[in-house]
Design a protein around this ligand. Structure first.
Ligand code: GNR
Ligand code: NI
Length: 169
């Protein structure tokens, strides 16, 4: 297993739209294992392949307390979004130490393949539903800060660029 490098906002590669997985190859299986390890090591509840600079439609999620039941979603499709929205604070491994409110559907139904290529449907609620929507946005090249006002987004961008400059010194 190996830890993967996570791209940091405003890295332009985070704006790439991911392509569908056509075949679950050995290298995709290894990528998924490494994404799960990276998610746990970073204390994240989810990770999209986009964040590790792989532009294929792959997500890993684990919202459990025990952090021992990772869920893999390949080529996920939203089947249904609850019409009710809730605003909750979100964070992102690609935007460290930044949290702000985003409105999301309170429940979603999603169809996706698992790591064995079996298609399954899942009904997500609460934090799981929020996470599924957040991760699927990454696959579309969207980061949660894109929902914030331009003023807030620019402040975050400036803060991140300053941090990255300091780290590269
Ligand atoms: O770890 C994460 N926590 C989180 C909290 C609220 C809403 C969304 C998330 S996802 C985030 C991990 C991440 O950046 N996934 O892309
Ligand atoms: Ni994220």
């Amino acid at each position: 297993m190996a830890l993967l490098n996570i791209l940091c906002y405003p890295d332009p590669r985070l704006y790439t739209v991911a392509k569908p997985v056509v075949e679950i190859t050995e290298s995709i299986t290894v990528l998924i294992e490494n994404m799960i390890e990276t998610m746990y090591e970073s204390n994240g509840i989810g990770l999209a392949a986009t964040q590790v600079d792989v532009h294929q439609r792959i997500i890993v999620i684990d919202v459990s307390e025990e952090r021992s039941s990772p869920i893999v979603l390949i080529n996920p499709e939203i089947l249904w979004l609850h019409s009710e929205r809730v605003k909750g604070d979100e964070g992102c491994l690609s935007v460290p130490n930044t949290y702000d409110g985003v409105e999301r559907a309170i429940e979603v139904r999603v169809s996706a393949m698992d790591q064995k290529g079996k298609t399954r449907e899942l009904h997500a609620k609460e934090l799981f539903a929020v996470c599924v929507q957040h991760e699927m946005d990454h696959l579309e090249g969207k980061v949660f800060v894109d929902y914030l006002s331009p003023l807030k987004r620019n402040r975050i961008k400036t803060k991140m660029l300053k941090l990255q400059r300091e780290q590269n010194r």
